[in-house]
Design a protein. Sequence first.
Length: 81
Amino acid sequence: MRIDCKHVWQHISAYIDGEVDAALRAEIDQHLETCEICSAVLDSTRNVVVLVADNRVFELPAGFGRRLHDRLEKELETAGP
Ligand SMILES: [Zn+2]
């Protein structure tokens, strides 16, 4: 099974939180190896999550995840085929 960028974006919050199953994780890993766009999205997402974790503000990741999700939803709407 091949997944596309939109699949990765939809699952990227769960992927970072380790909440995707092994099969999906493997697909995303494989996609990230070949896709610069999704690698950049993952990097920037991780940077913010790490920053939040370092500040020990544990309430923020959920809100951040929601904002990221909203933003990606918009991207998905405008970038649709
Ligand atoms: Zn991609």
